[in-house]
Design a protein around this ligand. Sequence first.
Ligand SMILES: [Zn+2]
Length: 351
Amino acid sequence: MNNLLKDLLISDGISGYEENISKLIISNLSKICDENKIDKFGNVVCSIGKGKKKIMICAHMDEVGMIVKHINNKGYIFFSKIGGINDSILPGKIVNIINKKGKRIVGIIGTKPPHLMSDEEFKKPINYKNMFIDIGVYSKKNVLKTLDIGDQIIFEPKIGKLNNNVYYGKSVDNRIGCYALIKILEKLKKEEDIGAKIYACATAQEEVGLKGAKVSSFNINPDFALILDTTIAGDTPGIEEKDSSLKIGKGVAITIIEASGRGTIIPRKIRNFIIETAQINKIPHQIDIINGGVTDGAVVYMNRSGILTGILSIPTKYIHAPISVFNIKDINATIKLAVKIIKSIATSNII
Ligand SMILES: [Zn+2]
C-alpha cells in the first residue's frame, strides 16, 4: 500500500473532529493546488485552474466512531456513537481514545460475560449503552488525568494486504475516496489548460447528515459536482445478488439512485454521460442502485436551485465496521473515470 493511502487510513477524524485528517489532506492538496483553505465548517477547499465553469469534486473525510460520554468511579468509560455503527460489532474491539494533546490511549470495549447473563439477556443483542471501555486505569480521578469527556474514540488503526490487490484498513469509508481525490487533482494539474476552475473538497460531518457538503457546495455554487465515496459490495455470504450485485475488483461503481430515490437521483443526461465515458475509455465499471444509504450527493444536487451532480463509488466490504476490505484496482478505475469526466465537462458543452 502506498504511503499516502496508509496515512489517510491511519489518521483520526470522526465527524466534527476532523482537525488531524484535514491537516493531512490540505498538506497534500496544497502541493498541487493554487488556493487552499479550511473553511469555517472544517471542510478542506482547494482549487486549481481557471475558466467560466466551476467543477467541484467532493470526498468526505470523516469516519464513524465514538466519543467519551461518561466515566464511572471505577474508571470504566461509557460512550456515545457518532455515525451508523451496529452495536453487535463492538464487543471485544480495540479502540484508541484521542486526548486533547493528540495522544492515543488504547482501550478495549468490554461487556458483561455471557456466563453471568440471564437467559433473556443472552438471547438479546447487547446494546452499546451496556458496553464500556477498559483502559487499564481503575479510578475516575486517574482516568481524567489522561482523557476528558467529549474526547473522540476511533477503531484501532490497522491496515494491511490480504491478497494480490485486496487490502484492509480502518475508515476505508471514505479515506479511499480522499486518496482518489488527491490523485485526481495530481493528474488534472498535469494538463496544460483544464479550461475550468476545479475545486477539490474534503467534506466534514458526512456520516452525521451530509453537513459539510451542504455548506461547501452552497458557497462554491459549482456548475457540476462529482462525489467520490464508498458503496456496499455484495460479494459476501448473506447478501443476495439482487440486493447488491457490486463486487470488489470489478471496477468503479457508477451510482445512479440512492436510498430507493430518497437520496440522490442522478439526472438522466449526467448518468448517460458518465456511463458512456466509462464505456468509450474501457474503464471497468458497475452500476450502483442502492436501497439504503446516501452520499454527499443527496444534499449537493438539491442545493441552491439544483446542482448537476454525479457520484462515483468504490465497492467496499464490511463498511462501517472496524476494518473494511477493498480492491486497489477499483480506486484506480475511479481516478481514471473521474479525470475523463472532469476533462470532458470542462471542455465541452455537455452542461
Ligand atoms: Zn461514506
